[in-house]
Design a protein around this ligand. Structure first.
Ligand code: PLP
Length: 399
């Protein structure tokens, strides 16, 4: 029997890769701008960006050049030796945020793991050995390793992997009352996404963030913002927290930071940095010259005011156009910048599936939320195409 290459890849994925993902039924081979192409030559307008990662889209010449130049000079040396790009990236991150210092790692989860350790170290340095509790919130997503998973209060993710990290307190997202009850003298840190991603694109109110800041100050706890998904220009400001004006002690960044290459960064104030000493934490690959050369290009581009104005403008247009879609399946449209949710009255999965047939790549955020987190270079005409195709799909699925 002759089977084509696409079918062979689909079949071998099933045979040789651990089946923890339900993947789309095509094989991607090439990307350009905001368009992806599969092995059969089909084109897809990309509203997922590799899950809020590919901020500059595909085939960006400046990013590609930076990666190839760095690759031909030095890929990896470990953190025992100095290279320039990581130091330069750290300096840029500090200049563009509340932070005084940066620790690099390789993923979002790893950044949150580090943030937990850093917060506990701050208390430990003061001799406060029972100040170990971490407060997190309902519908949060902080990652899949045991520490980060412990702060991701969803049964589906947590239950098979118990026992998890102890001393975790879960409070209700956006509930000031709940936060007041949860944060005490025992609290080492409070971790919150200024805009929840996986949990359904839920925006933290400025009053909620202000309350967390005040409570953390009152109880000498560390406030951690997980901006792994909402940071790096996604919401129309470089960091989502800028819109509330309330700064954290630690901020974790990852997803788009190196334009698709794996990276995580823990941004900290001097108060946190001064609690950390040689040997306290580490990571073999972290902050290497190849990855950080790429990240520098992304950060330089994304932090430009014209770039951020573009995100705001197209984001506003996107939400306006989506709100005009007349479909009984749509509950609400919400979000900030290019981090947008369409909450549906039905499951998102069949609509995503149908999207593939209409040349759209979209992801969900929970069962009934369609999440739109495109490359940040997306334009109004792409929004028009999305709205046109999505209207057709909703009419078809809804009938
Ligand atoms: C994706 C995500 C993480 C985990 O990042 P990985 O790179 O997948 O480990 C953590 N927090 C938030 C808010 C995320 O969106």
């Amino acid at each position: 029997m002759v089977i084509n290459l696409t079918d062979q890849i689909i079949e071998q994925e099933h045979d040789y890769i651990v089946q923890t993902y339900k993947r789309a039924p095509f094989v991607l081979v090439h990307g350009e701008g905001v368009t992806l192409y599969d092995s059969e030559g089909n084109a897809y307008l990309d509203w997922a960006a590799g899950i809020a990662v590919n901020a500059l889209g595909y085939g960006d010449p400046e990013l590609t050049r930076a990666i190839s130049t760095a690759a031909s000079s030095l890929i990896h040396v470990s953190n025992l030796y100095l290279t320039a790009p990581g130091v330069e990236l750290a300096k840029l991150l500090c200049e563009q945020s509340f932070a005084d210092k940066v620790f690099f790692c390789n993923s979002g989860t790893e950044a949150n793991e580090g943030a937990i350790k850093f917060a506990r170290k701050v208390a430990y340095e003061k001799g406060l050995t029972d100040k170990t509790e971490i407060v997190c919130f309902t519908n949060a997503f902080h990652g899949r390793t045991i520490g980060a998973l412990s702060l991701t209060p969803r049964d589906k993710y947590q239950k098979p992997f118990a026992p998890l990290m102890p001393n975790v307190v879960v409070a209700e997202f956006n509930s000031i009352e709940n936060a007041k009850a949860a944060i005490t003298d025992k609290t080492a840190a409070v971790i919150v996404e200024p805009i929840q991603g996986e949990g359904g694109i839920n925006v933290a109110t400025p009053e909620f963030l202000r309350t967390l800041r005040d409570l953390c100050d009152q109880y000498h706890a560390i406030l951690i913002y997980d901006e792994i998904q909402c940071g790096m220009g996604r919401t129309g400001t470089l960091w989502a927290y800028e819109q509330s004006g309330v700064t954290p002690d630690i901020l974790t960044a990852a997803k788009p930071l190196a334009g698709g290459l794996p990276i995580g960064a823990i941004l900290v104030t001097e108060k946190v940095a001064s609690a950390l000493h040689p040997g306290d934490h580490g990571s073999t690959f972290a902050g290497g010259p190849l990855i950080t050369s790429a990240a520098r290009v992304v950060l330089e581009r994304v932090s430009q005011s014209e770039f951020l104005a573009h995100v705001q403008r197209v984001g506003t247009y996107l939400r306006e156009r989506l709100s005009e879609i007349n479909s009984p399946l749509i509950q609400t449209v919400r979000g900030q910048g290019l981090m947008v949710a369409i909450e549906l009255k039905v499951d998102a999965a069949p609509i995503i599936e149908e999207g593939y047939k209409h040349g759209l790549i979209m992801v969900n955020a929970g069962t009934n939320v369609l999440r739109l987190v495109p490359p940040l270079i997306v334009e109004e005409n792409h929004v028009d195409t999305l709205v046109e195709r999505l209207s057709t799909i909703l009419a078809k699925v809804g009938s």
